[in-house]
Ligand binder design. Sequence first.
Ligand code: ADP
Length: 398
Amino acid sequence: MKVLVINCGSSSLKYQLIDMSNENVLAQGLVERIGIDGILTQKVEGREKYIVETDLKDHKVAIDLVLNTLVDKANGVINSMDEISAVGHRVVHGGEKYSTSVVINEEVMKNLEDLVSLAPLHNPANIIGIKACMALMPNTPMVAVFDTAFHQTMPQKAFMYPIPYEYYEEDHIRRYGFHGTSHKYVAGKVAEVMGKNIKDIKTITCHLGNGVSVTAVDGGTSVDTTMGFTPLDGIIMGSRSGSIDPAIVTYLMKEKGYSIEEMDEILNKKSGVLGISGVGTDFRDIRSAARENNKRALLTMDLYGYQIKKQIGAYAAAMAGLDAIVFTAGIGEHAPEIRERALIDMEFLGIKIDLKKNDNQDIGEGMEISTEDSKVKVFVIPTNEELMIAKETLALTK
Ligand code: ADP
């Protein structure tokens, strides 16, 4: 069975066609500038990158191009669209409605529309992508895989914000959590690598990419996570602030006369790693600046590592124990400086990092970075959200 995974953004979409018999990625691609002009880049193992520049007026035209590229005689990887047995769509917000992935039908589409107010930046693009796909492949089953679903197991004490209760009841304001597909994937991988049943272990998963979230996974279920009502909550991110004193928002708006839009822009686009370092959002640039002793780049690393360390302490307490920690996503996989800062001096919790192993840049399928005698095992494991989406899609459609 071959499963097509689609991750649709407002002007771009990523896709992968995966052969589920061996989990091989047959083709992966990125379509950008949808609605502006349009460019598709497809990668197939062992071949040159294939690039198509053409007008893509909307997502339907873009998905049509993806399907045509996949079946293209010279550059494609399959003979006909019939070889695609199912399509898995990444959907950011499933609200309280969806705690697992679902096969998409009319009722699901209606529910997705109802959820738009909770994720106005993401869900509309996801819906457009699903509709475009359905129009082009009306007989192929499709599955929605939600970023929030994995976290629906959080207990109420973890997901409630201490503001008047009616905002939860009437406006659905609560912690939802995001990156669920990634947390679920790496938590599963860790259990596999440790040769344990996931039900028997307590794990903290640290997804450190442009967006950042840390999750407490107890017995395979999410019991708490740092992202909240929106992906702005929690740990410092590329350009997002993460948690701050909420009164700073009203103070700045009053003192500086900022509008809602300006305040939104400051917290989402100008804060975090960019705001603190003044260098940029790309962590590779922060690493090189820190090597040259740039004080604010070093401060950014210290603050970043410190926040992760505090979160590990908090979640170890929340779960009353800890067996494993996993680092994943761009920074989690490639910035040993952050892992070192997060894990150093944690022997009192049973966490001992092997600094030499931690410095190894070639993480391959994953590596262990704790010492032999560390009670808590620490791993760096590359995330694979697309494979997770494909697996869930296969499970629901086969
Ligand atoms: P997302 O999927 O959240 O957009 P990624 O998981 O791709 O993000 O992570 C992006 C981040 O990872 C960027 O800050 C990028 O600079 C960082 N990153 C990628 N490669 C490296 C590297 N070799 N060293 C340090 N940071 C890296």
